[in-house]
Design a protein. Structure first.
Length: 216
């Protein structure tokens, strides 16, 4: 990652780190205390996720271990785990994205093939059970939510958020902090400690104590 850190002024005053623009909306958009499956049942996982085409083989290295932690309702047929036709998308390193497939759970809800009956990610459960880092084979955009990268801009995933009943953008009554405050671990994972420290310094100097989210 490039060490050059600059602030670019366009229509939005984007920050920039390592060639990636950062939308300052992450410093002002409110968010909930954290993910709580007892409240939301992992609703953000109901539509599956796109990942880099070349990340799929990394997941498949753990095929047997993944099957071992799947519940009785999940699909163990690996031909039903991923879409078969990649889509061109330059926000992914290979230039192509591939999506996870969906299935219908016993309650009639359509959800990601890797979401189990307890609303947990099977890929993360497998990693933790086998002594790996929890995000070893978890797709990047799953880790990142509620932030995303669109056209090389790190921003808020409003399209996804609009559908959600707990942490979504239409539920300010549940907000207690900003997205930036909520996503420390995730931002460090995506941008590294240097990237996080740069954003945190900008946040403290320009937003902290100056912006108050709406709490009802």
């Amino acid at each position: 990652m490039s060490e050059e850190i600059t602030e670019k002024k366009e229509e939005i005053n984007y920050l920039e780190f390592g060639g990636l623009k950062i939308d300052p909306v992450i410093f002002t958009q409110g968010f909930v205390p954290g993910c709580d499956m007892s409240i939301c049942s992992g609703q953000c996982c109901n539509w599956g996720v796109y990942m880099d085409r070349d990340f799929q083989p990394e997941i498949m290295k753990y095929e047997n271990q993944i099957k071992e932690v799947m519940d009785e309702f999940q699909l163990r047929d690996t031909s039903k785990w991923f879409e078969t036709e990649p889509e061109e998308d330059h926000d992914f390193p290979s230039g192509y994205a591939i999506g996870t497939e969906l299935y219908i759970n016993p309650e009639g809800t359509t959800q990601c093939v890797f979401k189990d009956k307890n609303s947990y990610c099977t890929l993360q459960v497998m990693a933790m059970k086998n002594g790996l880092h929890k995000w070893t084979i978890k797709p990047k955009y799953c880790i990142m939510y509620p932030i995303t990268i669109i056209d090389e801009v790190l921003t808020v995933d409003n399209d996804h958020s609009e559908k959600l009943d707990y942490c979504g953008i239409h539920h300010e009554e549940n907000y207690v902090q900003t997205i930036f405050e909520a996503m420390t671990e995730e931002i460090k994972h995506i941008l590294g400690n240097e990237g996080y420290d740069f954003l945190n310094e900008h946040y403290k100097n320009n937003y902290q104590k100056k912006y108050q989210i709406k709490i009802k």
